[in-house]
Ligand binder design. Structure first.
Ligand code: GLN
Length: 330
């Protein structure tokens, strides 16, 4: 039935067209072709629009992804989904290649891995706050991290000579060191504290400076603990300083009675006291200080890139996140 209706309709159309002569046919052809043209133009222009939109949106996406990944580098790492957006794609602090490093493609960090929780050896690897911060900086700069473990008092020289790109070692900013190296912005605060035996007669920091005092003080060589006690105590005739290459060795000397106390940074102090029985940290603090990365004065481009990366990592909360992983709030 339907076929018949269709046929009827079709023949009615043919009849009516035939009745109008040839012109309408032409015009209908013209119409068709113009319609075809229009539609093909529309298609083209809509394709063009689409593709330009696609371009824009893909650019926008890329740049917003780049921004996100640069802002949330370590947040990603914390969440365990790092690596999807390669940090090499987001060199925000500086374009790779605009600076030189000790080893091409690497960021070489000089440290002394005997300073927990900032740097220590765990399972054959160097772990800790500074190691993670350096890795985050390296990631931002599109570099791989290389860690060079050495004596604390060799770090400045390694940085000055360009053997290492930065010294990251819970290092305190001091005027004397500032003559040798440039420091980045500070990323943490340290406090010099005094470790004593639980039965010690030394009850407060002031006892070390008291008239007639004559204590033997253990320190890690060339650290600020060494520098301050040398000035305040040894040079004042109020005692002597025993210098060790590692903080843990000074603490052992305290345990075995070779020294009367140890002056050292509070976080490693906590770690050492937790491991050695019979020791405590005096409540009074000696000095509060700022930790920063030490860099060469002769590689301004690298300094600027590292400093900018560190500032970004501070601003977006990455550094605090790393510190909080290792140091619980008191
Ligand atoms: N903050 C101290 C200093 O800079 C100790 C650093 C360290 O022993 N790694 O001297």
């Amino acid at each position: 039935m339907k076929k018949w209706i269709a046929l009827l309709l079709a023949s009615a159309m043919v009849l009516s067209m035939a009745g109008c002569g040839s012109e309408p046919q032409e015009s209908s052809q013209a119409e068709e072709s113009s319609q075809a043209e229009e539609s093909s133009q529309t298609e083209e222009s809509s394709q063009a629009e689409e593709s330009s939109q696609a371009e824009e949106s893909s650019q926008a996406e890329e740049s917003s992804q780049a921004e996100e990944s640069s802002q949330a580098d370590s947040a990603e790492a914390d969440q365990g989904n790092a690596g999807e957006e390669s940090s090499e794609d987001a060199p925000t602090a500086s374009e790779p290649g605009s600076f030189t490093t000790a080893v091409e493609g690497k960021l070489t960090m000089a440290t002394n891995a005997a300073f927990p929780p900032y740097e220590y050896v765990e399972g054959g690897e160097i772990a800790g706050i500074d190691a993670e911060i350096a890795a985050a900086i390296a990631g931002k700069l599109g570099l791989d991290l290389l860690i060079d473990d050495m004596e604390f008092d060799s770090i400045t020289e390694a940085v000055k000579s360009g053997k290492a790109d930065l010294g990251l070692a819970g290092m305190t900013v001091t005027p004397d060191r500032q003559e040798e190296v440039d420091f980045t912005v500070s990323y943490a605060t340290g406090v010099q504290v005094v470790i004593v035996t639980e039965d010690s007669a030394i009850a407060s920091v002031d006892d070390l400076f008291a008239e007639g005092a004559s204590h033997v003080i253990g320190v890690q060589r060339n650290t600020t603990g060494d520098i301050y006690t040398t000035d305040d105590i040894e040079d004042e005739g109020l005692g002597t300083i025993d210098r060790y290459s590692k903080g843990a060795e000074a603490v052992q000397a305290l345990k075995t009675g070779k020294v009367d106390c140890v002056v050292i940074d509070n976080e490693p102090a906590k770690a050492f006291v937790a491991e050695v029985e019979g020791l405590k940290i005096l409540e009074t603090e000696y000095v509060t200080e700022d930790y920063a990365a030490a860099m060469s004065k002769d590689n301004k481009a690298l300094y600027d890139a590292v400093n900018a990366a560190l500032q970004e990592l501070i601003a977006d909360g990455t550094i605090q996140g790393i510190i909080d992983k290792y140091i619980s709030a008191e």
